[in-house]
Design a protein around this ligand. Structure first.
Ligand SMILES: [Zn+2]
Length: 348
């Protein structure tokens, strides 16, 4: 018997004597419980598997005809049917003894592989005439969120991730049963959740919302099938100093009035070490200074720019001497800085 398939009655939690109505009720209850839309994070994948399992069980047991055949032949009922038909056509004897799990190759007409495609979202291992024991199926894709800082966007980063993944229960070999009773190790599910630690590399230049594909790091495949993929959803944490716009970075740079008026060389932050920046004489608030190539990595392998927006500020305290200098400045003739504003307002 293929060890990955659990008994349909057990999956639905009903006795073999259950009425069609009882089967339908059990199915509806479990489908609601396991519905993938109701689960997130590491729980989503095992719940999806259970949901598929419940649906598969209901597809067979919910219909009296297939149910009768399932009761007789178990999971191989479709193949049994095809086999019996083939034997009858060939005028041969009875069907093999299914209970001993005789090796069996499905004929051309058997839709055996369809079952597994529906079951695991993948393809059975071999082509037409798949052998019952030889099938493989790829594992499910997993999804995880990763938060990175802007510094890490600049350099790239490595993350260790702990993923919960379903592994076949060793106590019952995935059958969910031990000596005819529900397996106590896994509660009859046939699998346990195990923590797997993996290391992933986040490339430089990622954006908030980027979805990274890490090939072959998803859930394990069935019977040697390849692993699914891992998808990383990137969240770039907002930074208090550096504001990202595409691959450019913007910084508000405060300057004193005399630095703005006379010009100055000031120390300014970059994503790495601070650099000396020239503030030209007579710079006004809002003026932008650009440091070419000091932004974030671009997809084409270059770098964005770093922009400083000057903000003319006043020191929080004023000394007596400064007070006198301001008064001196105030006495000198100046145009009204609000003249344009007042003119505009009249026309509006
Ligand atoms: Zn078990």
């Amino acid at each position: 018997m293929a060890s990955v398939q659990r008994d349909y009655y057990e999956i639905l939690g009903v006795p073999r004597t259950a009425t069609q109505d009882e089967i339908k009720k059990a199915y509806r209850r479990l489908a609601r419980q396991y519905h993938p839309d109701l689960h997130t994070g590491a729980r989503k994948t095992p719940m999806e598997e259970k949901f598929k399992e419940v649906n598969e069980a209901h597809e067979v047991l919910g219909d009296p005809e297939p149910r009768k055949k399932y009761d007789q032949f178990g999971h191989q009922w479709r193949e049994a049917e095809a086999y019996q038909r083939a034997r009858q056509e060939a005028g041969a004897g009875a069907a093999p003894n299914w209970e001993t799990g005789a090796e069996f190759t499905a004929g051309e007409g058997a839709d055996f592989s369809d079952i597994f495609e529906r079951f695991f979202g993948g393809r059975a291992g071999t082509g037409g005439g798949a052998t019952f024991r030889g099938f493989t199926a790829p594992g499910a894709d997993l999804e995880a969120s990763v938060r990175v800082t802007l510094q890490e966007v600049l350099t790239g980063a490595t993350r260790r991730l702990e993923l919960l993944e379903p592994v076949q229960c060793t106590a019952c070999s995935g059958t969910g049963k031990q000596q005819g009773k529900v397996c106590t190790a896994c509660g009859g599910t046939g699998f346990r959740e195990e923590t797997r630690t993996i290391e992933v590399k986040i490339p430089a230049g990622v954006h908030d919302g980027t979805r990274l594909r890490v090939a072959g790091k998803g859930a394990p495949g069935i019977q040697g099938g390849r692993r699914g993929n891992l998808y990383l959803r990137i969240h770039v944490e907002p930074d208090r100093v550096f504001h990202r716009r595409g691959d450019d970075v913007h910084v508000t740079l405060p300057v004193w009035p005399w630095e703005a008026a006379l010009g100055a060389e000031v120390l300014a932050p970059t994503l790495t070490d601070p650099v000396r920046v020239k503030v030209p004489p007579r710079s006004r608030s809002g003026k932008e200074l650009r440091l070419k190539g000091k932004g974030l990595p671009t997809q084409s392998g270059g770098r964005g720019d770093l922009f400083y927006t000057l903000q003319v500020d006043l020191p929080p305290t004023v000394s007596e001497e400064e007070q006198k200098l301001y008064e001196q400045l105030a006495r000198l003739p100046h145009p009204d800085p609000r003249a344009d504003l007042l003119k505009e307002a009249r026309h509006g």
